[in-house]
Design a protein around this ligand. Structure first.
Ligand SMILES: [Zn+2]
Length: 475
């Protein structure tokens, strides 16, 4: 162990990132977000190295994980006198020294979200929460140390290769598009302790200064034509939509307007001030519609993930498996044992969709007095809407998705394109209707037959054992 290799990897967030602090699980207050960013002792956003190590370890091929990143091995005592289970820790060859976050010239933002009650079509009580987000463009530096016996080692090449096609995803909210990052550069500095120079460098410097002028660039994003490829699209392509009327996805806050009594209900914008449909809205709308299709046709035993206080996501049905679920499980859909774990991440990844070419307008609304027929006092409210824009839905997956869900998603997207269901606020007032762009409309009608056939095939196999349990009112 005479050569110390230091690798410095620089990453950049390509979208907002959400690295929640452990104290996020305490009681929220009005002054603090429910899911604050993890911060160091000086109040600067901080990313624990463990967050990245886990992602890098997961990216390592299965058979090399133990050799590179250590493991905990459970063994059963083999001798007759000792039959107790023992755990043996295997130390990690790659040591993660630390991380540093460099924020761009953009503020940390907050995003508020809630769940929608499927019957009332209004926000569900006790589900509102805020999350602090790192801005896109945030740079993240990660230092790794590997000790070897020689200057040139296949181990170093292996780790560099591993980093080069790593698709780092940082922090929480992966399935709603948070934490996407790209590797920019990797610097390598070999410190040979058998040479005077190496020893001098090792003994007289420390921390980030260990990467000095002798370090070599072993990976550069500019030379590799982009980083590792993204997760595959679920349907092989992105889907394009246009806003048919107007769209309002609120931030949950309103801006004061000087000289006016009522505030302005603002729409959600990204860091470039472009109106967006957040990944979480796509996920909510698509999940609700998929659940509705599967339940009302009686095909699958699927739960109503957001309904009333007594029910919740079951954690066992095919929708929970695909979209993920969290604790507070309701009764299982098919009256089986409740699940043992507290939640699981979904298989679908939905990113934010910026609305391009749209126009932001301010609309006034007022309630009408039912007795006098005129505008009611103090019932005027004003909200921003975005009209006439076009947008792209990036629907990706990182694990296999069942054909049943694919088929239901195609029908759900068709409903969205036909204006049967809308997205965002005020859908009963004509907001939130989308139409498909020609290419997407053609694709949807081409896939429609397959989707219906697939659902019908499932119905034939399940109809002998179960009947439609619940009749739902039309959405
Ligand atoms: Zn479920």
């Amino acid at each position: 162990m005479s050569v110390i290799h230091i690798l410095q990897a620089e990453l950049e967030l390509t979208g907002p990132g959400a690295v929640a602090a452990p104290e996020a699980h305490t009681v929220p207050s009005a002054l603090r977000p429910d899911l604050p960013l993890a911060r160091d002792g000086w109040g600067n956003p901080h990313l624990p190295a463990t967050s990245l190590t886990g992602s890098l370890r997961h990216h390592t091929p299965q058979h090399r994980r133990q050799a590179l990143f250590g493991d905990i091995v459970k063994t059963t005592g083999s001798s007759p006198r000792n039959t107790r289970d023992e755990t043996t820790a295997i130390a990690s060859t790659v040591r993660v020294l630390g991380t540093r976050l460099t924020l761009p010239d953009a503020p940390v933002t907050e995003r508020r979200r809630t769940a929608i009650d499927r019957h009332r079509a209004a926000a569900k009580a006790t589900t509102l929460h805020d999350r602090e987000l790192l801005p896109p463009g945030t740079e993240l530096t990660l230092w790794l140390r590997i000790d070897t016996t020689t200057t040139a080692s296949p181990l170093i090449d292996e780790v560099i290769e591993l980093l080069a096609d790593w698709r780092p995803r940082i922090g929480g909210g992966r399935t709603t598009g948070y934490g996407r990052a790209e590797l920019i550069t990797v610097h390598h500095r070999a410190i040979d302790l058998t040479t005077p120079d190496g020893l001098h460098h090792w003994l007289t410097t420390g921390g980030p200064a260990l990467i000095d002028g002798h370090a070599t660039v072993v990976h550069d994003r500019a030379q590799r034509q982009g980083g590792a490829p993204d997760e595959p699209y679920l349907f092989g392509t992105a889907l394009h939509f246009r806003i048919a009327d107007a769209l309002h996805i609120g931030t949950g806050t309103s801006a004061e307007r000087p000289g006016r009594q009522s505030g302005l209900t603002q729409i959600l914008r990204d860091h470039d001030n472009t109106p967006i449909i957040p990944g979480s809205s796509w996920k909510g709308v698509l999940r609700a519609r998929v659940e509705f299709i599967l339940r009302s046709t009686g095909i699958g035993d699927v739960c109503a993930s957001v309904e009333d206080a007594t029910s919740g996501s079951c954690g066992t049905c095919v929708v929970c498996e695909t979209f993920g679920w969290s604790e507070r499980p309701g009764p299982a859909a098919n009256n089986t044992e409740p699940p043992k774990t507290v939640g699981a991440r979904g298989r679908l990844l939905l990113a934010d969709s910026p609305v391009r070419g749209g126009e932001v307008r301010i609309r006034n609304h007022v309630a009408i007095d039912r007795v006098f027929g005129g505008a009611r006092d103090e019932a005027l409210y004003t909200e921003e809407t975005v009209e006439d824009g076009h947008l792209t839905l990036h629907l990706r997956h990182d694990k296999p998705v069942a054909d049943l869900i694919r088929a239901a998603l195609i029908l759900a997207l068709t409903d969205l394109a036909d204006g049967v269901t809308g997205i965002g606020g005020g859908t009963t007032r004509g907001y939130g209707t989308l139409t498909a762009e020609p290419a997407t409309a053609d694709w949807l009608s081409a896939e429609h037959t397959w989707a219906v056939t697939t659902l019908r095939a499932h119905l034939d196999t399940t109809s002998s054992v179960s009947t439609p349990a619940t009749q739902e009112a039309p959405a």
